[in-house]
Design a protein around this ligand. Sequence first.
Ligand code: EPU
Length: 340
Amino acid sequence: MAIRIENNVSLRMYNTFGIDAAAKTFAVFSDTEELAELLHDKAYTEDTPFILGGGSNILLTKDIERPVLLNRLKGITLVNEDENFYYVKSAAGEVWHSFVLHCIKNEYAGVENLSLIPGSVGASPMQNIGAYGVEIKDVFHSLEAYHIKEHIIKEFNATECSFGYRESVFKREQKDQWVILSVTFRLLKRAQFRTDYGAIQEELDKMKLEKMTIKAVSQAVINIRTSKLPDPKKLGNAGSFFKNPVVSLEVVNKIKENYPNLPVYPIDEQSAKIPAGWLIEQAGWKGKNRGTHGVHDKQALVLVNYGGATGKEIFDLSTDVLTDIVSKFGVTLEREVNIH
Ligand code: EPU
């Protein structure tokens, strides 16, 4: 079947903010052959293609002029195992949470803390997704990616991905050069429960379990997330809009003079990470409603589209928040969401 290239396609269904921007050129690929064929097509060779996965970490402030490709590669396979690990390969177009559920069902441990994160498997290493004390890099084995111009497939190991906090080489030096095809995870045969982070233990206690399981940890995470974070199917959002800033201890102490309750996550002797959501709440932005959009009322790090907001409006709100946080705390926040 010939691949369909469409024009002027609304991307509203393809970004979790639910912004109604359009793609001038749009096609879906479901296998590597289709991807290769599209990347040789004139419609895709004239400008750098824009690869869309789950659309859960993007704010569209305008239409996309670059040709858009939607990654719909599917399939999860156990490719190898040894005494301690299962090596599980997932195609990039799988929904992240479906992959997590597959792991839980098969007793592959390690991703249960990452339950219910929106987005696709292919996007997960791009920004080294993380939650409740676990990041992708902790369970990552390798990934396969297709080079857009050179038409070669390369395997990347963890070092080559150069993961950082919500960062990887694919957001920096190698930006827009590769299409991630699959990710292989190294998952534990014997679970090591990570319940030290914040509310997890508290939630597990409430569940009155007879036996600790990865399914229970996953359920605890799901309970916490659903109580704080809006479901993108009901309320447009892209998770945390800003990163938690790393600041010097001098800045920490300065803020603490006026706000002794500031939560601080020490990094080393000179610096610490502080929660952007806390700063935004203290500055009075939590629950701020600008009609079509606003700051979520249960988690100030999340900006939401109440319906009909433009990407530009949400971007402007984020700028107002940023400016206010600089003036009140002397801290410059960095956006976590990719702005187009
Ligand atoms: N806080 C407030 N007010 C708020 C939000 C947070 O005071 O409105 C305080 C909390 O009370 C807590 C601290 O800030 O003391 C941290 O809050 P929380 O545990 O909710 O996590 P976060 O730092 O706001 C990060 C990640 C989330 C991840 C959670 C849990 C980033 C940018 N965000 O949020 O990831 O789910 O930790 O691990 O690192 C995402 O990246 O999209 C995302 C949702």
